[in-house]
Design a protein around this ligand. Structure first.
Ligand code: GTP
Ligand code: MG
Length: 204
């Protein structure tokens, strides 16, 4: 799939104010600084679309980007950033969980994991939460440029092991990406395109 247009539509902290159109959407979630906003920019080929920063805590709201005028990419705030005050953290969590529990247009969540690190409790807990909530999701390993190619498979295998130890029966569908080197772009867009095709066929 080729992305011809990608436009910012709206930011907000209230899921009831998200766009009302019944278009499929795909949301990016994961620890602060894992590369959610950078991945949206990589996929759309627009470095300035989603705001990124070397400092964690940059994205603070639910951001809708309309793609090719008929589906959405959604950039979300990260979790697990200790410097956000406790009160703000609670509000983040509430509107993030509201988003996952109430947003009917959400087709698939992409949980981003930094490929360099061992499995972290907070990500495993979030994945369990998505499973319990019945939200379909995939795992996207980010920053693959930061480890040698030969290590990629062993890091993915280690993650699979951690998930199985955490009561998952199988590794969910996953992608390996680097926003710096455009790795994984075609596969991810192809995945989205296939789902969208099924949805649009059923609706017509
Ligand atoms: P929050 O909005 O704070 O939750 O962060 P985020 O997950 O949106 O991360 P963001 O895209 O802002 O990227 C955080 C930092 O990681 C930035 O300095 C990016 O340049 C860097 N980064 C993101 N993706 C990659 C990647 O694939 N490779 C490398 N080397 N750096 C990356
Ligand atoms: Mg961000």
């Amino acid at each position: 799939m080729k992305i011809n247009t990608a436009e910012f539509i709206i930011s907000n902290s209230d899921v009831s104010k998200c766009p009302k159109e019944p278009l499929p959407e795909y949301a990016f979630i994961g620890r602060s600084n894992v590369g959610k906003s950078s991945l949206i920019n990589m996929l759309t080929g627009n470095k300035n679309l989603a705001k990124t920063s070397a400092k964690p805590g940059k994205t603070q709201l639910i951001n809708h980007f309309k793609i090719n005028q008929n589906w959405f990419l959604v950039d979300l705030p990260g979790y697990g950033y200790a410097k956000v005050s406790k009160k703000t953290k609670e509000i983040f969590q509430k509107f993030i969980t509201d988003y996952f529990e109430k947003r009917e247009q959400l087709v698939c969540a992409f949980v981003l994991i930094d490929i360099r690190h061992e499995a972290q409790k907070i990500d495993l807990e979030f994945i369990t939460y998505l499973g319990e909530t019945g939200v379909p999701f995939c795992i996207i390993f980010t920053k693959a440029d930061k480890i040698s190619r030969t290590k990629i498979d062993s890091h993915v295998a280690a993650y699979r092991k951690a998930l199985l130890a955490n009561n998952w029966e199988e590794m969910p569908q996953h992608f390996v990406t680097s926003s710096l080197e455009n790795t994984g772009k075609d596969k991810l867009l192809e995945f989205i395109d296939e789902i969208n095709d099924g949805i649009f066929k059923n609706n017509s």
